[in-house]
Design a protein around this ligand. Structure first.
Ligand SMILES: Nc1ncnc2c1ncn2[C@@H]1O[C@H](COP(=O)(O)OP(=O)(O)O)[C@@H](O)[C@H]1O
Ligand SMILES: [Mg+2]
Length: 329
């Protein structure tokens, strides 16, 4: 078991309701100091609400939590002194330059003017924003803006940094830049709790991942553990003609049972096969039926497939069907 001293965040049974809606329905979380922890879930899963409770911006209706050893209910000031948060709605002044924003925030933290300017310049350099320091924030690109956002939360190095969907809406290269930054911060000893809708982001960055849906944690583990728990024998099949996907999926389902997942582009199908023998028989049936296969392989599921298996896939909102692996938590 993890030593409590070793935990930056420890939450038990956190609940938050909004009227009839239970946004967070009893979540436990243990985040070790100095690690990157991802809360992964679709829109509306309760990610932001969970973060806001831990950051003492929203009160919990039930449950307890400590952040850097301080209780969120009885010692919120101590919690606030040990964290920083950036969110989808950060408070930068669009009309000020990037540098002036940082200088102003440093002054608010109690830096004298010379020290505030020095800290601003240090952060601008660290975040590769020196060249844009004297531009108004409204003229920043999405990636620059997000980097400034994170810089603004690091005027004073926090014990825990909360990042709410740090790369949502960024293009792939700006996303890489933010990932690099997050890794550097973790390397410097900052504990990072981030939320994301992107499976790849959690996979790339986080030591541990909690998957949440409808306010509940439905799985937790390392990326590798989550994949292993879903099953290692995934059969992936690519078809030359995406128009044949329905028919091929039906045949795979007939042979292997379970639900067949389709890639967003449509031409790749994947399904849990259980054994190589079963996969082989299903492949033979596809070929015999005349499907033109461009690729097939057997392997671990992607994190996308894990998520699909846990939540019942993209259709779950319509039919409420789930095939959760509750045993994983
Ligand atoms: N202030 C609020 N008032 C009413 N409902 C809210 C409020 N904040 C969030 N919700 C609802 O709670 C649920 C979880 O929201 P949120 O925590 O923002 O999810 P996520 O960040 O995972 O997208 C959603 O159904 C959302 O509409
Ligand atoms: Mg959110």
């Amino acid at each position: 078991m993890t030593d409590q001293q070793d935990l930056a965040i420890r939450a038990r049974g956190l609940v938050r309701r909004f009227g009839d809606l239970t946004a967070v329905a009893g979540i436990d979380l243990d985040v070790r100091r100095g690690t990157i922890f991802a809360v992964l879930g679709p829109n509306g899963a309760g990610k932001t609400t969970l973060l806001r409770m831990l950051a003492t911006l929203t009160a919990a209706d039930a449950g307890t939590a400590t952040v850097m050893g301080h209780d969120i209910t009885t010692a919120p000031h101590k919690v606030r002194a040990s964290i920083a948060m950036t969110g989808q709605f950060a408070s930068l002044d669009e009309d000020l330059t990037g540098r002036d924003n940082l200088v102003m925030l440093a002054r608010l933290w109690g830096f004298r003017s010379g020290a505030a300017r020095a800290r601003a310049d240090e952060l601008l350099a660290a975040f590769d924003l020196s060249a844009a320091a004297r531009k108004q924030v409204k003229n920043y690109s999405g990636g620059m803006r997000r980097r400034l956002d994170i810089a603004a939360s690091l005027i004073v190095t926090p014990g825990v940094l909360f990042l709410d969907e740090p790369t949502t809406g960024l293009d792939p290269s700006a996303r890489q830049g933010v990932w690099h930054l997050i890794r550097q911060l973790a390397g410097a000893g900052v504990t990072i709790l981030l939320t994301t809708q992107y499976l790849e982001e959690a996979d790339q960055l986080a030591e541990r991942i909690a998957v949440i849906d409808h306010g509940r944690k439905i799985a937790e583990g390392t990326s590798r553990e989550l994949k292993a728990a879903t099953g290692s024998g995934f059969l992936h099949v690519s078809l030359a003609d995406p128009g044949q996907c329905d028919a091929a999926a039906a045949l795979l389902m007939q042979h292997l049972g379970g639900s067949v997942q389709r890639s967003p582009e449509g031409a790749e199908l994947s399904v849990l096969a259980g054994s190589a023998t079963a996969a082989n028989a299903a492949l033979a049936a596809l070929i015999e039926a005349g499907f033109d296969l461009t690729d097939f392989r057997m392997g671990a599921p992607s994190l996308d497939e894990v998520f699909f298996a846990l939540t019942g896939g993209p259709d779950r909102a319509k039919d409420g069907k789930r095939n959760t692996t509750e045993a994983m938590t």
